[in-house]
Design a protein around this ligand. Sequence first.
Ligand SMILES: CC(C)(COP(=O)(O)OP(=O)(O)OC[C@H]1O[C@@H](n2cnc3c(N)ncnc32)[C@H](O)[C@@H]1OP(=O)(O)O)[C@@H](O)C(=O)NCCC(=O)NCCS
Length: 143
Amino acid sequence: MDGNAAQGINFYTRKWVRPEDLNANGTLFGGSLLRWIDEEAAIYAIIQLGNHRVVTKFISEINFESSARQGDLIEMGLVATDFGRTSLTMRAQVRNMITRKTILSIERIVFVNLDEYGQASPHGYTSITYDRDRMPTSRPGED
Ligand SMILES: CC(C)(COP(=O)(O)OP(=O)(O)OC[C@H]1O[C@@H](n2cnc3c(N)ncnc32)[C@H](O)[C@@H]1OP(=O)(O)O)[C@@H](O)C(=O)NCCC(=O)NCCS
């Protein structure tokens, strides 16, 4: 799974699994992981679409393939797979840096670009930027 699934994915963020991130089984709590991925995807969408007002619309099937224990280091990766009119679709993968196993992969995370009224709004982009050229230049609410 690690080879092809990781193709094109950039692993941006690493996390250290801490006691508060564990479930009753003593392994990484899925809810913590999903919160981290959703935040990672939001940051990625803001940078790609140049807008703070992006929201999670859809997350496809999630297969928790392996886990992590306290003290493990994990890394999260994303890549944009489709620029729609108002949406951005991403693929995600999380890996355990200690065991080198894939923890999970998500085929489609869809974010929608919103206007100031909370309505879906065209973002005007069709491809990935690897720079910070679309970064918002003001803080949320100041634009
Ligand atoms: C995001 C929101 C404004 C979109 O409203 P909407 O009426 O569905 O808007 P649209 O029908 O125009 O769809 C917007 C985009 O989402 C896509 N979309 C809609 N439903 C989808 C679904 N089930 N799966 C994947 N994409 C979907 C559409 O294809 C469209 O993309 P495109 O313009 O690139 O083609 C609205 O659904 C909303 O506010 N949802 C709550 C979002 C939120 O708060 N998320 C945080 C977690 S609670």
